[in-house]
Design a protein around this ligand. Structure first.
Ligand code: SF4
Length: 467
């Protein structure tokens, strides 16, 4: 499950063009007398649907005509020249995601409590967001226009949820008929056009595991390097997913999957020179199996999908233990394309605590891993940091990742806080607004604790411990 970065205005009537949200002072846009809320509807006679179109149609152009709808209803054609590469000084509205037409049996929306905040129910299926933010799509209802757009605007890589190459199984998982589930022709068209793909399998025991999984991974690997990598992540069922067709992921299931996929990974490393099919960290942690080495993950192609995050953290932590002051290897989500609009900061830059006695909060899955490292750290440095595993009572079921903890979950463990401060995972706060997954304002959470709360991601935590 993950949430789209913005609160989309899905109820708003969409009008053609892209709306300007900001105009930089002393910029070319200001000189052209463009203002926030003006809508650019055409560039050099071509329609503009969103800021991706705007970027595509202005790229490399020095002689330009903008057709602009002003807020007073006036339409203007503005002709101008710009220097090569000169920035316009414009910011635009976010893309409103296109909604999916599937009925996946494991859909995260079915796992939300009814009162979860609206953005958790957004079922986006949008090739633009796949390119910009690395969101997965199923391609099952992609239109001809969207296919052409991927190719024409080189929206590569695309992130595609395959789940199974066996058609019957894929249709069953997506809850659609086989003709819609069949994306083999579309995938081939994208690969023929040199569009790179990252694939994902949401692994559901007794549905797309075993032989079906092996066939899926082999079929995808046959298309390497067009298909760059595949992430196999376990289905996560909250207590609201009561669909009887779904079976929960057990430690035994994880161990069996690691064994079966391990054989394929070995084969792929020999034939392709890459592990290619990566299992989500949760599968190793739940199965009680050691996390693979750094080499296994190559350049961590699926790290934002929870694949290799633990290894990356452990390696960074080792550097902290050995040298102190080690820098982390990453500081930003590398799946986000440079042209993507990033949500405005939710908080002031997190200031690390000044004391060396405090509590670090995480989910039940990561807690044993983190605790072991922090204990070594305490031993070496004399600090007294305490790792606290917080049960997820809001979503319940087998949700144990840190990123889905809510304000209510945190309030329940207030009396277990030790020391002068609390560090919480920054991923539990909405990316563009200071609220938590259950809608609790961050400020309200802070006011309920008797010690300061700091929100850090794993890199922030490593940096804090490196000081
Ligand atoms: S593709 Fe499936 S899992 Fe994703 S939003 Fe649609 S129904 Fe839900």
């Amino acid at each position: 499950m993950y949430e789209f970065a913005v609160e989309p205005a899905i109820t708003q009537l969409r009008r053609p063009g892209v709306i300007i949200t900001e105009v930089e002072p002393d910029s070319l846009a200001q000189e052209l007398e463009l203002f926030p809320n003006d809508r650019i509807v055409k560039v050099n006679g071509r329609q503009v649907r969103d800021y991706l179109d705007f970027r595509f149609q202005t790229a490399g152009e020095t002689e330009l005509t903008f057709r602009v709808k002003k807020t007073n209803g006036e339409t203007l054609d503005i002709e101008f020249d710009r220097e090569e590469g000169e920035d316009f000084g414009l910011s635009f509205e976010q893309i409103v995601p296109r909604q999916c037409a599937n009925e996946c049996i494991f859909c995260f929306c079915k796992g939300n409590p009814e009162d979860a905040r609206p953005s958790l129910f957004v079922r986006d299926e949008d090739i633009r967001l796949s390119f910009l933010y690395g969101n997965y799509t199923t391609l099952s209802s992609i239109t001809e226009d969207e296919m052409n757009r991927i190719v024409e605007q080189r929206l590569s890589p695309q992130y595609v949820s395959i789940h199974a190459t066996d058609l019957k199984t894929r249709a069953y998982l997506l809850g659609v008929d086989e003709s819609r589930a069949d994306i083999s022709g579309k995938l081939q068209r994208l690969l023929d056009a040199d569009i790179e793909l990252h694939a994902q399998v949401v692994l559901c025991p007794e549905i797309n595991d075993g032989k079906i999984l092996e066939q899926t991974l082999r079929d995808l690997a046959d298309n390497y390097p067009g298909v760059i990598s595949t992430a196999v992540v376990p289905v996560a069922l909250t207590r609201y997913n009561t669909d009887e067709r779904l079976t929960r992921v057990t430690p035994e299931f994880c161990q069996r999957t690691i064994k079966e996929v391990g054989k394929l990974q070995k084969e792929f490393r020999k034939t392709l020179g890459t592990t290619f099919a990566f299992l989500g960290d949760e599968i190793y942690v739940k199965g009680g199996v050691e996390i693979p080495s750094r080499r296994h993950y190559g350049n961590y192609p699926q790290i934002e999908d929870g694949v290799g995050m633990v290894r990356s953290f452990l390696n960074a932590f080792d550097k902290v233990l050995n040298r102190r002051g080690a820098e982390t290897q990453r500081s930003a989500n590398k799946r986000i394309h440079p042209v993507a609009i990033r949500p405005k900061g939710k908080n002031p830059v997190a200031i690390a605590p000044g004391s060396d006695i405090g509590t670090i909060i995480t989910g039940e899955m990561f807690a044993p891993v983190l605790r072991e490292q922090i204990e070594k750290y305490n031993f070496r440095t004399g600090s007294r940091f305490h790792v606290l595993a917080v049960p997820n009572t809001y979503f319940g079921g087998d949700v144990s990742v840190a990123g889905l903890l809510t304000g209510q979950d945190l309030l329940k463990i207030r009396d277990q806080i030790e020391g002068d401060f609390v560090i919480i995972p920054s991923s539990i706060i909405k990316s563009d607004e200071p609220i938590l997954l259950d809608g609790m304002p961050y400020e309200e959470l802070r006011s309920q604790f008797s010690v300061p709360i700091f929100d850090l991601d794993t890199h922030g935590l490593i940096n804090f411990l490196s000081k």
